[in-house]
Design a protein around this ligand. Structure first.
Ligand code: ADP
Ligand code: MG
Length: 720
């Protein structure tokens, strides 16, 4: 059977119901979805390295056979280090796998492996070179015992599958138990069975003018590059095929912005009344403090938009702690006083709950009714909430993406604020806007972000938004003092935490992961237990990490807010928006593992009250110069934009947001920082088509060639 892009994945040979289910969990339903599950890295398996040529600190791909393997249990009994010895025709290489106990049953003498990793000097025996936790792929599952020991003569016959060796090989991330190697085979099969004459989304003349390959070629070459392709270019996402896919993603996104802008100009919104005495009174009544000059300016910019019968589309950028929330709540009050509902969408449940509590406190002064909608609600609570939203009884609805689900209907939604935009993927806000469009008018939209993006980039990225900037912190804050130290000094750090807590304050201790992923890495869970028992036995500690249920997270946060928990041991779940002004200390262990922008967000959790706050960054004793330079930036400045620029300079755009790819922005392959120039090109081309009346038929053709799920994804369905 030949496949088309819309065929379901379970029709591909080798994909059974179980794998189809795993894929569905990742949002992969069709052949088209699967073909956009792209390799994150490529390996040269034409030219393998010889073991004899391996030097410390180099990165190598070798093909070798298992000689022997042994799991050595650690004292706790569960974890094991697996010691593996492999050989090729030129020599032998020891490898070590932490948490490698499971390999004992899987690896057998004589099996052929591909290993990829960094060579290191064995710390116990400095004369020896080894690989620690290399990536491994099994090429043959059979035991070839005797013959195998004479190097590699029979290897060629075993390697029937041309996807595995003798080419540049794509490396995929596993999807649950659907391993990288099976994914590769499945994609290979799909490409083989697919009709290459698939419709091309990009108009032919555009494609020729810009020199991009066809859609089929681009997909085929991105998954299985030709041998002469540059490995370096591929690993930097610069091959022509990858560039075409990146361009395409930006192009559709920009086309969506362009069309929305065109529609928005024609769309009606409710022009709010703002000048009446009662509305001014209402706004004053809820203000718990005197607004800063920046807050006043921004509110005036927003007010001017709200008074117009066209929808506001505004981005509010402001560093952590600059007081964006109150500005959003004031706009919400304007909407409510004008007989509309308002919604506030947050990226995490913790943050939604916190906004719900603080918005509740602030709006209760005006007697407004605030509702919470998150997926963690019990179903009875949820139906009550949904009913109040439908009837209009709920005046401000605070929630997570539960707000954009189909079962949510507003009586009359007039204003939407979306906090911390980049975590959602830029296009999701459109769904919330549709909720209002359902009853005849578009809502006014305010997007709040603390992600410092250089201004030119934010203009391109959020191209359809006007930008307001809060560039002033509320008064009465003492700047946070940041210190850099190393692990041996931790006892002293614990001492100062004890003193702060005894003085009535609270502290955060932050770890990069929730369970040990490598032996040397301390984990929040284990450290929490150790700290509670040994270091702070007399204090009240709480633990917060991403794998807790939403009730558990909630409870810990509540207790921390009430000072029942004095020290919160946490992972990066506290990164966004958590607001406990009484917390004055933050210790971040393994600080060198975080991106600077992430450290900046974390640090923004303290220094929220009038007390002096301290942030302690703890690194290893020996650090690379680069790592030290990065952490010293944090000590030197607290300006988010400056920190972002330095991070960008030192680590390059790929690492900027601490994510491997573009997830932070919601793109598949494109990364606006890395691929800035393609973003600009795509914007020019998309706007040229959308804004030129004679291009209507081109536009029609693009839209009709889009797979239906992409019409939804890019919000391109309702035009044409
Ligand atoms: P962010 O911009 O990071 O979302 P928030 O809106 O959470 O900042 O505000 C940070 C803290 O500053 C909150 O505790 C808030 O109540 C307080 N705050 C905001 N504006 C002012 C102001 N004008 N004067 C005093 N405190 C303020
Ligand atoms: Mg905030």
């Amino acid at each position: 059977m030949s496949l088309s892009l819309t065929t379901e994945v379970r029709m591909i040979k080798g994909v059974g119901p179980h794998r189809a289910e795993l894929l569905a969990k990742r949002g992969i339903y069709t052949v088209n979805d699967l073909l956009h599950y792209l390799p994150f890295r490529y390996e040269d398996r034409i030219h393998f390295s010889n073991i004899k040529d391996i030097k410390p600190e180099g990165i190598y791909t070798i093909r070798a056979r298992v000689m022997s393997g042994q799991a050595v249990r650690t004292m706790r009994g569960r974890d094991a280090i697996y010691h593996l010895l492999v050989q090729d025709a030129t020599g032998q290489l020891p490898c070590k796998f932490f948490h490698g106990g499971y390999l004992e049953d899987r690896l057998k003498q004589g099996q052929l492996l591909v290993l990829h990793g960094k060579a290191e000097i064995d710390k116990m025996r400095p004369a020896r070179i080894e690989m620690v936790n290399p990536q491994m792929e099994l090429l043959s599952s059979v035991d070839h015992s005797a013959a195998a020991h004479e190097a590699d003569k029979s290897a060629a016959q075993e390697e029937i599958d041309s996807t595995e060796v003798g080419r540049i090989v794509p490396i995929y991330e596993a999807v649950g138990t659907f391993g990288p190697r099976s994914i590769r085979r499945t994609i290979y099969t799909a490409l083989q069975t697919l009709d290459p004459r698939m419709p091309d989304i990009l108009p032919e003349n555009l494609r020729t003018r810009l020199g991009y390959p066809s859609r089929f070629q681009a997909l085929a070459q991105t998954h299985f590059p030709a041998a002469e392709e540059s490995l370096e270019a591929l690993n930097e996402f610069r091959s022509p095929a990858q560039r075409r896919l990146i361009f395409e993603e930006f192009f559709l996104y920009q086309l969506s912005l362009a069309l929305d802008r065109r529609t928005a100009r024609k769309e009606d919104a409710i022009a709010f009344r703002l000048r009446e005495e009662n509305i001014r009174e209402a706004l004053k009544r809820i203000l718990p403090f005197k607004p800063t000059a920046a807050q006043k300016r921004v509110l005036a910019e927003i007010a001017a938009d709200l008074e117009k019968p066209a929808p506001m589309n505004r981005l509010l950028q402001g560093d952590v702690g600059s007081g964006k929330t109150i500005v959003a709540l004031q706009a919400a009050v304007v909407a409510i006083e004008n007989g509309c509902q308002a919604a506030l969408m947050a990226p995490t449940e913790i943050l939604a709950v916190q906004h719900f509590l603080s918005a509740g406190r602030i709006l209760e002064r005006g007697g407004y009714r605030v509702e919470l909608l998150i997926s963690g609600l019990k179903s009875a609570e949820k139906s009550v909430a949904l009913e109040r939203i439908r009837s209009g009884e709920a005046q401000l609805v605070v929630g997570t993406h539960a707000l954009i689900e189909d079962n949510v209907q507003f009586a009359r939604l007039g204003f939407v604020a979306i906090d911390e935009q980049h975590r959602f993927g830029v296009l999701q806000r459109k769904r919330l806007m549709d909720k209002a469009a359902a009853h005849g008018h578009a809502p006014h939209v305010l997007v709040l972000t603390a992600t410092p993006i250089p201004r030119t980039l934010s203009l391109t990225l959020y191209g359809d938004l006007d930008v307001s900037i809060l560039d002033e912190l509320p008064p009465g804050r003492t700047p946070i003092e940041t210190h850099l130290t190393s692990e041996p000094h931790l006892p002293g750090v614990w001492g100062s935490i004890r003193r702060e807590v005894e003085a009535g304050h609270q502290a955060y201790i932050v770890y990069p992961v929730i369970e040990e992923s490598k032996i040397e890495l301390k984990a929040a869970v284990e450290e929490y237990e150790r700290l509670s028992r040994q270091v702070f036995p007399k204090l009240r500690l709480g633990l917060l990490h991403g794998r807790l249920s939403s009730e558990e997270k909630d409870e810990v946060m509540q207790r921390f807010r009430k000072n029942e928990v004095q020290i919160l041991v946490a992972t990066t779940v506290v990164e966004v928006g958590v607001d406990v002004p009484n917390a004055t200390v933050m210790v971040i262990e393994h600080a060198e593992r975080f991106g600077l922008s992430q450290l900046h967000q974390l640090r923004g959790r303290i220094g929220r009250g009038a007390q002096k706050s301290h942030c302690v960054l703890v690194g290893p004793v020996r650090m690379t110069d680069e790592a030290r330079a990065r952490l010293e930036t944090m000590v030197r400045t607290s300006n988010g934009f400056e920190i972002a620029e330095t991070d960008l300079e030192l680590r390059g755009p790929g690492e900027f947001f601490g994510t491997r790819q573009s997830g932070a922005f919601g793109f598949h392959i494109a990364n606006p920082l890395r691929d800035r120039e393609l973003l600009e090109q795509a914007r020019r081309e998309a706007f040229a088509i959308a804004d030129t009346p004679s291009q209507m038929s081109t536009l029609d053709r693009i839209l009709s060639s889009l797979p239906s799920e992409w019409q939804r994804r890019y919000h391109l369905a309702r035009v044409g």
